[in-house]
Ligand binder design. Sequence first.
Ligand SMILES: NC(=O)c1ccc[n+]([C@@H]2O[C@H](COP(=O)([O-])OP(=O)(O)OC[C@H]3O[C@@H](n4cnc5c(N)ncnc54)[C@H](OP(=O)(O)O)[C@@H]3O)[C@@H](O)[C@H]2O)c1
Length: 290
Amino acid sequence: MKVMLVGSNGQLGSDLVKVLRDEELIPLTHQGIDVCEPVGVRATLRRYQPEVLINTAAYHKVDECEVNAERAFAVNTLGVRNLALACREEGCVLVHLSTDYVFDGRKGAAYVETDLPNPINVYGLSKLAGEYFLRYLLEHYFIVRTSGLFGVAGSSGKGGNFVELMLRLAREGRPIRVVNDQVLSPTYTLNLAHQIKALVQTEHYGLYHATSHGVCSWYQFAAKIFELAGLCPSLAPQTTAESGARATRPAYSELEKAALQRIGLDRMQHWEDGLAAYMEARQAVHPEER
Ligand SMILES: NC(=O)c1ccc[n+]([C@@H]2O[C@H](COP(=O)([O-])OP(=O)(O)OC[C@H]3O[C@@H](n4cnc5c(N)ncnc54)[C@H](OP(=O)(O)O)[C@@H]3O)[C@@H](O)[C@H]2O)c1
């Protein structure tokens, strides 16, 4: 398979590079391609002629998106349109990452792929519009909605990830307060990368939910991180209202993996297993913290 990977040094992108090492891979960083530049996008696809293009690029600083909607839509919506148009021209399958934040979180149960999205922040709105552009322009695509990513490369867009943030705060000895009224399925990027590889080897095109199994609040997630790291910092729960975040976030965003299960291809782990695997893998990067 000839695969072009956009965002190859990002959190998920770095793990896709590892997982796809036996494929004919064209890894592109932001320097190698800017999804916001339609002429460059077309030229790059024409030059490399990939069979599959995986897009992990996004502007996903959720609070910043509220005040920079132009950039959110440029990257997350029009950037996806640029990729989809070029894929259509070159007959390439587009794999695109989306988010649990397309939902409002008010269902009170896991969302399935056929549930009607209803974003409650600019980031979610821009990602949903990107999904719709893709579906409108292409027949052969995979949209993969995921949630709360953590990977050893750390998110370049967010400057790290939640696990590393918690460990740093604990090392600094600061009291830590984490929201306890937003429930999600934190997902290890290496697990997701394996899932994406399994999916793109099929022709079961369409929309998929691919998050860890099980749910927790951010506070419960933090507590588990400290338990696995053998740390006992001062950790207390807080409400979303107390956190003062600019963007509204879904209160309960569990995604049921109904579409993956229908084709017998659900390879996602429980979030606690993903976290344990991550804690093990990060030791290779941070051996001083053993
Ligand atoms: N992180 C999460 O918790 C989370 C949750 C749900 C869904 N998702 C989705 O999952 C995907 C991957 O997330 P991630 O955490 O792996 O992101 P990430 O670590 O920030 O990686 C994104 C990559 O895309 C590149 N990029 C950004 N803007 C670009 C542009 N205009 N053109 C080309 N490349 C660009 C970044 O490069 P630079 O840093 O050099 O700009 C980086 O290499 C995204 O689609 C995101 O919306 C993420």
